[in-house]
Design a protein around this ligand. Structure first.
Ligand code: M6P
Ligand code: ZN
Length: 187
């Protein structure tokens, strides 16, 4: 039987105590995501920085799961560090992202190609409707830490976003984040 628990989440580090699992993604594991391949190779060669970490509180016998994502600040060329981005395998499942610290943008794209962004900053809980692909982007100078909540068996579907990219990019222009069309988006 699953038992109730109070799980401590550190808003600055994203540490989850107790946690059930975690993984990290280094930049080299995100090949193909960024537009500027030369800058990508150079940044990987220059220490292959940690891009993000995901920490889970997840039990297969529960319908609900949550955890944190901790995203490092950084850029590849003028593109900010980002997550891979995914739809959910179970298309009826949405998600929430509640930002604890840092600043970023949540980039969303519906199945029929509508795009939206939601600002990520402390105090904002982003609602991700079912069947919208979502990618988070750290546009700040510090860590971006957020708490996510979704169905335990929502599943990740990476294929379409990995193959085609997203329709929009988030780049730095004059020191500020700007959302632009992705010139390499494959229809
Ligand atoms: C959020 C959640 C996780 C997801 C992670 C990284 O924390 O949505 O389920 O795995 O972001 O995103 P991605 O898997 O797209 O790289
Ligand atoms: Zn998700």
């Amino acid at each position: 039987m699953l038992l109730p628990a109070g799980v401590r989440i550190d808003p600055n580090t994203g540490a989850v105590e107790p946690a059930t699992a975690s993984y990290t993604k280094r930049l080299s594991e995100l090949r193909g995501l960024f537009q500027d391949r030369q800058a990508f190779d150079a940044t990987v060669a220059d220490g292959d920085p940690l891009a993000y970490e995901v920490i889970d509180y997840r039990w297969k016998d529960s319908d609900l799961a949550f955890g944190t994502t901790i995203m490092a600040p950084g850029k590849v060329g003028d593109e900010y560090f980002m997550t891979r981005g995914h739809f959910h395998e179970r298309r009826e499942c949405g998600e929430t992202y509640y930002t604890q610290s840092g600043e970023g943008l949540l980039l969303l794209q519906s199945r029929d190609g509508e795009t939206r962004t939601v600002e990520m900053k402390p105090g904002i809980c982003a609602f991700i409707p079912p069947d919208w692909a979502h990618r988070s982007i750290n546009t700040g100078k510090d860590k971006l830490v957020f708490v996510w909540h979704c169905a335990t068996d929502a599943g990740h579907e990476y294929g379409e976003i990995l193959e085609k990219g997203m329709r929009k990019l988030v780049v730095e222009r004059d020191g500020r984040p700007e959302v632009i069309d992705n010139p390499n988006f494959m229809r």
